[in-house]
Design a protein around this ligand. Sequence first.
Ligand SMILES: [Zn+2]
Length: 50
Amino acid sequence: MLENLASTCENAGCNRTLQESDCMLVYQTEAGTRRAYECSCGAVTITVTK
Ligand SMILES: [Zn+2]
């Protein structure tokens, strides 16, 4: 599954693996699909997939 890319929290010292259920927002840009994940620590991590 293409969606199954593992991403981790950007917060230094957290490094929690983000789950699909942490994905708060998905939107399309010219650069690709962006997903915003909100970790339980409160940090938001943005990933980009084409
Ligand atoms: Zn975190």
